[in-house]
Design a protein around this ligand. Structure first.
Ligand code: PLP
Length: 464
């Protein structure tokens, strides 16, 4: 059976709603498969994509303002990544990585080591698996070191590290966790250094310092049971782009050293230049014990995740006894195609001097977004690198869903989280596409606010 990539949105919508269970979605919100398009939550059938544009089966174009869930870096269908994949496909599609190795995984590991100073790379296919691996490795490391009691974790309030049962243990977003509470071993959470928590004339660094005291107090009491502290460096994305001062990471590093606890930085969303540096933790000048990578790792083309760690952690597993090894695996660990996409992505960073170019690009986009920053209903307009966010005061009920619908009508894919609007575009916006983003984002806000008065019965809950 062949399928065509044409037809109507309505026809694909009906088939999709019958057969596909969509992620992060209350399926009923889409309406019945054969009924009309549910007004609040349209389902769009995408036929193709090029650069920052997604094109639906009816030819309508949408600017991908959130990089397809924070994965895409250099636009869709980037010719260099595409040709690397075609080349790799003609050589080696996939092979297992136990007992065998291959050039793409070796070269990628060497290059990630050179970029981070963490010389041992373990692979999986999704961010949540990277979290699982980092947590398991940390606890197993302490067990091998004769400290089996160090098997608990501490994380930040509002943190997000993925949604498998282990990762949910360190994810503090109630909506994702409530239903599975009996299945999950919850970690402790400590105060977030979110700069919006400033009191009086506190600076972001003051808030960071105060939050670090909470981590200190917790570690002082519980370090003997704690394997690792896990943190999203600089931006807690899924809770609504909560940003913090790099001073927090420096203090956390020092506290983890003092109390003998691993520091895991989850760079799954913020890695690969999103915050202006290649990796967010580099702005604090620290070296973590574990780095989790995924999302942008392949430029947004194929699923791949990596956990990088230190010689010290690695050596704790290196032994004659098999059971002291890290016996974790996934069938597609180190998939050659995904690794080639990642190598091509790193090549683009080097060849096109992306981080430097993005400095200018971000300034250009920022200037075009000035009317949104200044909008009377916007609070906490903020930006780091190529991530923008705005909190909407007195947001009407179902703000996120209503806004997303108006954005689509303006040819723009933007999905607020609760009452926080944000943009995380691919690094290819030029003046015209940036203007489309800025004008569309503002127009969609006006349309959403004009349509609905603030509601006391806000049933909207944060869904990215
Ligand atoms: C998206 C995300 C994850 C989970 O990655 P998946 O590939 O969706 O499993 C983990 N941590 C952070 C910070 C993320 O943004």
């Amino acid at each position: 059976m062949t399928s065509t990539l044409t037809g109507s949105n309505a026809a694909w919508r009906a088939r999709s709603l019958r057969a596909v269970w969509h992620p992060c979605t209350q399926m009923k919100a889409h309406g019945a498969p054969d009924g009309p398009q549910a007004d609040s939550t349209p389902l769009i059938a995408i036929a193709s994509a090029e650069g920052p544009w997604l094109v639906d089966v009816e030819g309508k174009r949408y600017l991908d303002g959130i990089s397809s869930w924070w994965t895409n870096l250099f636009g869709h269908g980037h010719p260099a990544i595409r040709s690397a994949l075609v080349d790799q496909l003609s050589r080696l599609d996939h092979t297992m990585l136990a007992g065998l190795t291959h050039a793409p995984v070796v070269e990628l590991s060497e290059r990630l080591a050179a970029l981070t100073g963490l010389g041992h790379a373990f692979y999986a296919s999704d961010g949540a698996s990277a979290t699982e691996i980092a947590l398991k490795m940390s606890a197993h490391h302490w067990r091998n070191a004769g400290r089996p009691g160090k098997n608990r974790f501490v994380a930040l309030q509002g943190g997000y590290h993925g949604e498998t049962a282990g990762a949910l243990g360190v994810t503090d977003i109630a909506l994702f966790r409530e239903a599975y509470a009996p299945l999950v071993r919850l970690s402790a959470t400590v105060a977030s250094p979110d700069a919006r928590g400033a009191q009086g004339d506190e600076t972001a660094a003051d808030v960071a310092h105060r939050a670090a005291r909470a981590l200190e107090a917790w570690l002082a009491e519980h370090h003997a049971e704690t394997a690792a502290f896990i943190v999203e460096p600089l931006v807690q994305c899924a809770t609504g782009m909560a940003m913090h001062d790099p001073a927090y990471l420096r203090e956390a590093r020092a506290l983890c050293d003092r109390y003998g606890v691993h520091l895991v930085v989850d760079e799954i969303a913020v890695g690969f230049g999103r915050t202006g540096t290649m990796f967010a933790h580099q702005q604090a000048g620290i070296r973590p014990d574990f780095i989790c990578l995924s999302k942008g790792l392949t430029g947004g083309t194929l699923p791949l995740a990596a956990v990088l760690t230190t010689d010290a952690v690695y050596e704790g597993f290196y032994d004659d006894d098999a059971a002291r090894g890290f016996l974790h695996s996934h069938s597609y660990t180190g998939n050659p195609l995904a690794c080639r996409a990642a190598l091509a992505t790193l090549d683009i960073f080097e060849r096109e001097n992306v981080l430097a170019v993005n400095l200018e690009r971000a300034r250009m986009i920022d200037a075009l977004l000035a009317p949104l920053h200044a909008h009377e209903r916007v609070r906490n307009a903020r930006r780091i690198g190529m991530i923008w966010a705005w909190d909407i005061a007195d947001a009407p009920g179902n703000f996120a869903r209503r806004y997303a619908r108006h954005a689509l009508a303006h040819g723009l894919l933007l999905r607020p989280i609760g009452s926080t609007l944000y943009a995380m575009p691919p690094y290819v916006l030029e003046e015209d596409t940036a203007r489309h983003l800025a004008d569309g984002a503002l127009a969609a806000l006006e349309a959403t606010l004009a349509e609905a008065e603030p509601s006391l019965f806000d049933d909207e809950r944060a869904l990215p």
